[in-house]
Design a protein around this ligand. Structure first.
Ligand code: ADP
Ligand code: ASP
Ligand code: MG
Length: 482
């Protein structure tokens, strides 16, 4: 049994839908021979739709009462064009139109009340932003039926049970597993292809939630793990996971294999190709994850497994960058030798709920720097100023400040473990390009080295590091040269 997740671009146009239908048909045709048959499809919203929905809700909150109506018209058209091209059956088309109209009427009601209240809550935003998947899944199921398959759309609010952290809800594993099995296995046994909405879930009380932007990958993995699938396939618009984002580093190359650990590091540090939590459900059940290209389905893409074959010492696999960060510094001569400053610092940060992505303490102990998302910076700085009020007044600590426009560039590869000199090579590459490295740190797993650079330097840093490690050369060939 396989779970196939299709991303926004894979369902971005009528041509893309037709391509997806062919890929799913081929998978179903090959599935007959597998010991545990079945194909589950998970879909994102059509590309651009989630952004349109969020914009409609935000404009409504600012008092704009008409913007969402214009969005409703273009959303209806966007979906109807696909149905018009690929669904011939009149009653199927009429049923789809009713679904689209229901969803858009829901958008209308939600945006109207947001406009009246003048406030957009995280809970309200989750209902709005999940509407795109709730249109795409019925559309894809109908397109698959028009292509001759037995397919049925399922709303993941029936399957994925989460806590109530709106905007990035955490799934409750046991309940999710039970619901997925109860609802999907009978369908698979009767030869139906379930087409599940990605991105969304619901609390135990049935309040809609979302798993965070890009979360459909995670939905696919959660469903795959719940069903003990043989493989989880992530179908996207590039040939698998590459040595860098091909939009930034033009000679990036696709990687045949990666470990769960490597991919988790890459995704955590901003490689958009996979949602950071995607491999978590797969790890426990050791389910292989394959990243494939909808627009070049014959390309083998990337296979993500527990341990990769090529594990030559010193091999860097890929690089990535995470943007919109802030570097916070606590500095003061009086900090030297005062025990507990670091513990108190991170205690204060933890209370704000901010995510610390990188820490670096200078050996002279006169400063501590760490990186948090820009969105958390203000709250973190005021929490620290409050906690260290006494030290600030007495000048044990001179300053607590943030530096915006920060990026972390992460160099990733399990083969980097125990290899001296890699950090020096990273530095040499970046210095030779005339760029300034603000801070550097090595992950405790030793599968990554990360460095901090400003916005203006990030593209050049990525390209320079990609070049110095010759990442455009296949991993196997580089391994021989080492
Ligand atoms: P989908 O809509 O299929 O989920 P996304 O846009 O979320 O697709 O992710 C695919 C995009 O991720 C690619 O088009 C590419 O620009 C970007 N990307 C960033 N880093 C990488 C990487 N290391 N390998 C491949 N793609 C990457
Ligand atoms: N549609 C959602 C988003 O744009 C989820 C996804 O595409 O994975 O974030
Ligand atoms: Mg994505």
């Amino acid at each position: 049994m396989i779970v196939m997740k299709f991303g926004g671009t894979s369902v971005g146009s009528a041509d893309a839908f037709a391509q997806v239908a062919q890929i799913v048909k081929d998978a179903v045709a090959h599935d007959g021979t597998s010991a545990q048959p079945g194909v589950v499809v998970v879909t994102s919203a059509m590309s651009g739709v989630t952004n349109m929905l969020i914009e409609a809700a935000e404009r409504a909150a600012r008092g704009d009462e008409s913007f969402h109506q214009a969005q409703q018209d273009s959303l209806l058209l966007k979906h109807q064009v696909v149905a018009g091209r690929l669904v011939e059956d009149g009653s199927e088309r009429a049923a789809l139109t009713r679904i689209f109209e229901q969803r858009l009427a829901e958008l209308d009601r939600l945006c109207s009340s947001i406009a009246v209240l003048g406030e957009l809550t995280a809970r309200g935003l989750d209902v709005v932003s999940g509407l795109g998947e709730r249109m795409a899944a019925p559309l894809l199921a109908t397109v698959l039926r028009a292509a001759g398959l037995r397919a049925e759309a399922i709303d993941a609010t029936e399957l994925i049970v989460t806590d109530n952290t709106f905007g990035s809800a955490a799934p409750l594993d046991k309940l999710t597993e039970a619901r997925c099995r109860e609802r999907l296995l009978p369908m698979l046994h009767s030869g139906i292809v379930p087409v599940v909405t990605g991105f969304i879930g619901a609390t135990v009380e049935n309040v809609p939630t979302t798993l965070g932007r890009g979360g459909s990958d995670y939905s696919g993995a959660l469903i795959g793990a719940a069903l003990h699938a043989d493989e989880i396939q992530i179908w996207t618009d590039v040939n698998g996971v590459m040595t860098a984002d091909p939009r930034i580093v033009p000679n990036a190359r696709s990687l045949h294999q990666l470990s769960y650990e490597e991919v988790a590091e890459l995704a955590y540090y901003g490689a958009k190709v996979l949602h950071p939590k995607t491999v978590t459900p797969a790890i426990e059940k050791k389910i292989p994850v394959r990243v494939l290209n909808t627009f070049e389905p014959a390309h083998p893409g990337t296979l993500i497994v527990e341990k990769t074959h090529v594990e030559a010492k010193g091999t860097v696999k890929a690089i990535t960058a995470i943007r919109n960060m802030n570097l916070i510094t606590i500095a003061g001569r009086g900090m030297m030798g005062v025990p507990g400053i670091a513990a108190r610092t991170f205690g204060a940060v933890a209370r704000t709920g901010a995510n610390v992505l990188m820490i670096s303490q200078s050996s002279s102990e006169q400063s501590i720097c760490f990186v948090v998302p820009e969105a958390s910076a203000r709250e973190v700085i005021s929490a620290l100023r409050e906690d260290f009020q006494h030290e600030l007044e007495r000048h044990y600590i001179d300053d607590i400040h943030g530096m915006p426009h920060i990026n972390i560039v992460a160099v990733v590869g399990s083969g980097m473990r125990g290899t001296p000199g890699l950090a020096a090579r990273v530095f040499t590459a970046v210095a030779a390009a005339g760029l300034n490295v603000i801070a550097i740190a090595q992950g405790s797993s030793e599968a990554n080295i990360s460095l901090v650079v400003v916005d203006a330097d990030v593209t050049s840093a990525l390209r320079a590091i990609h070049d110095i490690f010759e990442l455009h050369v296949p991993t196997e060939e580089r391994a021989h040269k080492l």
